[in-house]
Design a protein. Structure first.
Length: 370
């Protein structure tokens, strides 16, 4: 009896595949910087922005470094989990093939990368957004060769996209006097230059088939530990925060405008600026005890650019907003992601294909952190 039901399900499924052709899953393609990198920079042998040493990843899976610039999950991990989507592997992972991409999507995010090509050049190797989109075009060619143009068009149009860059364009470009952009632009001209470049990039992604795109805004980046050590008081850099807010306002407008002007585009913008700002001012209200220094720290010798094996860790990693000089902790990422989910308004995706009977309640996505 049980066997009959099982074979019925199998026959129905096979039948559905025969009718609909290749039955593609909904997956994600992620474009970003170190806040979303899941290992690409570890394969860039010359990059000096890598999360390849302890204590990165200490609260994720087996606890070994996995390329994430955090102790645990990224914001994109948590948002994707909430939508019921698989976590896409790093594009540069040499074990990838078409089947893995069709099942899981891809993540092109790279530590040090920016919206602008020139951002982060001091990291020597990183993938800027234009380069990431170029690599995505290569992925499209690969998938078209495997499943044909018609199915590939559907696969890429149904996929979800994350575009999460911008902080390096300020922190590792405009705000550093070693970069040319810091001499030739002002606050009033640099932010429009950034958003105009982003407009071209989002329009290009749409032309390539992206329809459902989530654009992440910036947090109060003047409050990252690395910015605080710039002032003798140790306070937040208000100029830097103001730039983040200008970027968010202009990018939000841009995304709304593209969403109405481009055919079938469902582009959404989400940021967690206000919540994170409040967490930084009132950490205790959110269960944190520290919001101004990194959990992984070299103490007085700060700022070491990254968390290194010689660093000491804070006692309770769930109570620190920042993991290292730049990046939030797993717990802070969870808070940021929940705010994004509220603002972006995308729903949980039911991956069971319509022809097959429902297999019962979906298993809750596991959180590798905590
Ligand atoms: C940025 O880089 C891409 C390739 O990665 C290139 O095609 C493009 O022309 C560059 N744009 C500018 C303004 O330099």
């Amino acid at each position: 009896m049980k066997l009959t039901v099982v074979s019925l399900v199998i026959y129905t499924t096979i039948f559905a595949v025969l009718i609909n052709g290749y039955d593609c899953k909904i997956v994600q393609f992620i474009f970003g910087d170190s806040l979303s990198d899941v290992g690409n920079n570890n394969y860039l042998s010359k990059s000096i922005a890598r999360a390849s040493l302890p204590w990165y990843g200490i609260d994720f899976g087996n606890g070994l470094p996995n390329g994430r610039f955090s102790n645990g999950r990224t914001v994109a991990d948590i948002v994707g989990d909430a939508m019921g989507l698989p976590r896409p592997p790093a594009f540069l992972d040499p074990s990838l093939n078409e089947d893995v991409i069709l099942e899981n999507g891809l993540n092109y995010a790279s530590g040090g990368g920016g919206i602008l090509n020139e951002t982060g050049s001091y990291f020597i190797q990183r993938l800027c957004l234009y380069k990431q989109i170029e690599l995505y075009q290569g992925t499209q060619d690969l998938i078209r060769g495997k499943i044909g143009n018609k199915e590939a068009d559907k696969f890429f149009q149904e996929a979800r996209y994350v575009v999460a860059l911008g902080s390096n364009d300020f922190i590792n470009n405009y705000l550093m006097p070693v970069y040319r952009d810091s001499w030739i632009y002002s606050d009033e001209t640099f932010v429009p230059y950034l958003t105009q470049t982003l407009r071209e990039q989002l329009t290009l992604l749409h032309r390539l088939g992206a329809r459902q795109v989530m654009v992440f805004g910036l947090g109060p980046m003047g409050c990252i530990p690395l910015q605080r050590v710039l002032s003798s008081s140790g306070g937040c850099q208000e100029k830097t925060n103001k730039l983040a807010q200008m970027f968010n306002t202009q990018t939000s407008k841009l995304v709304t405008e593209l969403s109405t002007s481009l055919p079938n585009a469902e582009f959404r913008f989400g940021d967690a600026y206000d919540v994170v700002n409040d967490v930084i001012i009132n950490p205790n209200n959110y269960g944190f005890s520290n919001s101004d220094s990194p959990c992984c720290s070299l103490g007085k010798i700060r700022p070491a650019l990254t968390c290194i094996p010689a660093s000491t860790l804070c006692k309770d990693r769930r109570k620190y907003v920042f993991w290292d000089e730049y990046h939030p902790s797993d717990k802070a990422n969870e808070l940021i992601a929940n705010e994004m989910i509220k603002k972006l308004g995308f729903k949980h995706i039911n991956q069971t294909d319509n022809a097959a009977p429902s297999p019962g309640p979906a298993v809750a996505p596991s959180s590798d952190g905590n």
